[in-house]
Write a protein that binds this ligand. Structure first.
Ligand code: GTP
Length: 418
């Protein structure tokens, strides 16, 4: 049997996602009409032999209850649970802490995935490779632009054997354009390697710190075990780590760190569904330019032009003559007549006045270039409205981030509105 773990982090890991993480844990933010980690769960659930899928993080206990219930209804053959860390243990520390839970039922393999990514998740292909190579651990990799690679964990992969020879997190100089996707496949003996890695790390920490009471908090921070840095890079020395590299043109992958990155993530999923799972999209009627997801409870005026790359949430109302493109509208957004929403995220209960323009400059790249520079200042290439933002009629809001509950009465550009 197989198991899956989704590393969801906690309230403090979603800070770059403000203001959208102020009203909902980031892993539940809807992308292409479904919570961010629903896409992970669906990919895991599609594997033959998948028995149990666990969310692991340090959010409070009940926060995923409804989401887990929805998953149980959708995939009744699979058990779902949330494992809560008493504090942030790091991406490797939580796995080690819950190792007996994870090994219960003797799974042959364990998938582990970061929550904050969007991907076509080629898990089946990864599993086939993993088994064929009798690997202990396999990491999903993807080729990226040479100029962007250094922002990620970089993998130097032997082209013949697919063994990972070096694995360096955010290297100072270029070492490879193959980067880690934050998706891993392990066999149970990985937990022995984790124990060794953790013991080694504690030993160096104790030597370095000569702990006293004031250092406790600092040392707890330092005690966090990073799966890639502390555990996986150890495996490269012994040739036990392999890479499954995504196929360009078929697979996609990107990180979702900032609110702006939800727009390309939404676009990628919708376009992927158009090819591979059209039932997940809304049927294309005259006014919809595919791919589009419209929640069945939303009301869209027949003269509105929606799409491509648009997700519209529950109970939204889209007025006459409205234009929406490359955008996510969360629950209960009200867009009045003749407004345009382009390259933007409109938070829950947003109110967009008549003839408004809410827009961003579309980002060139999916990976990193989600900020443009304006007079030396980083500005978003999208407009992001937090929860319950109201825009007066006939104003333009361009490349702005607006905090929740604001009322905007005049046009603004390239600003963060607190
Ligand atoms: P950055 O670019 O620095 O953000 O690096 P990264 O992409 O490797 O991110 P990071 O390692 O912080 O997080 C990867 C995934 O693990 C995310 O989905 C986080 O939510 C999750 N995560 C981070 N820290 C913890 C932790 O202490 N416990 C758990 N369970 N998950 C975590």
């Amino acid at each position: 049997p197989l198991k899956g773990v989704i590393l969801v982090g906690g309230p403090s890991t979603g800070t770059r996602f403000r203001p959208l993480s102020m009203d909902l844990p980031k892993p539940l933010f809807p992308i292409a009409g479904r919570p961010m980690i629903h896409h992970h769960a669906a990919a895991l659930a599609a594997l033959a032999g998948m028995r149990e899928i666990l969310l692991m993080g340090f959010y409070e206990e009940r926060i995923f209850d409804r989401f887990l219930d929805d998953l149980r209804n959708e995939f009744p053959q699979i058990a779902f649970r949330y494992l809560r860390e008493y504090r942030a243990l790091g991406t490797g520390g939580g796995l080690q802490h819950f190792s007996s839970e994870l090994l219960r039922g003797n799974p042959a393999h364990l998938f582990v995935m970061n929550a904050d990514i969007a991907s076509s998740f080629p898990l089946r292909e990864m599993l086939v490779d993993h088994q064929a190579r009798s690997a202990l651990a396999t990491v999903l990799g993807i080729e990226t632009d040479r100029s962007e690679a250094r922002q990620f964990g970089c993998l130097v992969v032997d082209p013949e054997t697919a063994a990972v020879k070096h694995f360096v997190e955010k290297p100072e100089t270029f070492i490879s354009n193959v980067i880690s996707c934050g998706v891993y496949l392990f066999n149970p003996p990985i937990f022995d390697v984790m124990s060794e890695a953790i013991a080694a790390r504690r030993a160096t920490l104790q030597d370095e710190l000569a702990l006293d009471a004031e250092d406790v908090q600092a040392s707890q921070q330092d005690e966090r075990v990073n799966l890639e840095v502390d555990v996986l890079s150890r495996l490269t020395a012994t040739g036990q780590l392999f890479a499954h590299v995504c196929v360009p043109q078929i697979d996609f992958w990107m990180q979702i760190k900032t609110p702006t990155s939800t727009i390309p993530a939404n676009r990628q999923y919708l376009q992927y569904f158009r090819e591979h799972a059209p039932r997940k999209l809304s049927r294309t009627e005259a006014e919809l330019i595919s791919p589009v997801y419209v929640h069945p409870s939303a009301t869209v005026h027949p003269t509105a032009r929606i799409g491509p790359n648009v997700s519209i949430g529950p109970r939204c109302t889209i007025g006459k003559g409205v234009r929406v493109r490359d955008a996510i509208l969360l629950d209960q957004v009200d867009v009045k007549n003749d407004a345009a929403v382009l390259s933007a995220v409109v938070g829950w209960e947003g109110k967009i006045g008549a003839w408004c323009r809410v827009e961003g400059a579309p980002a060139e790249s999916n990976q990193a270039n989600e900020h443009a520079t304006h007079k030396g200042m980083k500005i978003p290439t999208a407009t992001i409205l937090g929860k319950n933002v109201t825009l007066a009629n006939e104003i333009a809001v361009r490349n702005c981030i607006v905090m929740p509950h604001k009322e905007i009465k005049t046009s603004c550009h390239n600003e963060i509105l607190m």
